[in-house]
Design a protein. Sequence first.
Length: 271
Amino acid sequence: MERVKTGVPGFDDLVEGGIPKGYNVLLVGQPGAGKTIFGLQYLVNGANLGEKGLYVSLDSSNEMVKSQGRRFGWNVDGLESKGMLSFLRVPLDKPKINLFDILVDEVKASGATRLVFDSLVDFAINVDQFVVPLSPVGGPLADEKEQETVERYNKLRYSVLPATSEKDRAFYKGGSAKRITYLVINELSKLGTTNIIITDEKIEGEHFTVDGVSEYVCDGVIVTYNQLIGAKRARTLAVLKMRNTNNSPYIHDLEINKDGIKIKPAEEVYV
Ligand SMILES: Nc1ncnc2c1ncn2[C@@H]1O[C@H](COP(=O)(O)OP(=O)(O)OP(=O)(O)O)[C@@H](O)[C@H]1O
Ligand SMILES: [Mg+2]
């Protein structure tokens, strides 16, 4: 199995040398846990190995993402001007954005084989802004009317949320945040890139993520924590799952130093 090295010091050893090529890996974590830095580091390291990367941001400006990298001395601007790194900010103030077409176009145009999507939560909050494909995802449709709506929209290939008629609105009531999240992940996996999909952690409850579905749909899940221990916050990381991989079962220290993120071996956590 071909594996894609993140190059984040200490991380690849936790997953048999890297993320299996073409996988969707969810990076879940609390605010400030280091998700954006991890994602950018994955792309910068790839670019330095000759693999092109695309950073898709739904909230932060490209400048905000790049400036974090510059602080660590990463050559984000040089790599961008050589076409090894691309930054796409999806505008959230323009209605009816066809995110999926944009992603397909950008992946093609950039030649990226690594992609970071930051973040699923920003997508879900702004879902009304987006055009979402309507191919039925599993399970029989409720009735003929629903079938008709799907067929009609499938002809157009995409549909717009929120629905414009009462009839469609009724249909979309069944299109929960879970389903929409499922669709996004599904679309991302069709791109052929190896993806890190960033999302927020749900603090309470049985699920790791806010949507409660992405952790099952993705091929791998990395969890980052930014927890209060005594009077100090400590960052840690764990690999919750990675299909086809004997991944580390431990919680590892995650350090952000002048060079970026570094993951420590498990032994150091327990000394
Ligand atoms: N140059 C630096 N040196 C050390 N620590 C840094 C540096 N730059 C950022 N940090 C730490 O990293 C944190 C931000 O990391 P990052 O943006 O990757 O978090 P995140 O998980 O993406 O957060 P959010 O949920 O807000 O998007 C900052 O809050 C800061 O504590
Ligand atoms: Mg972030």
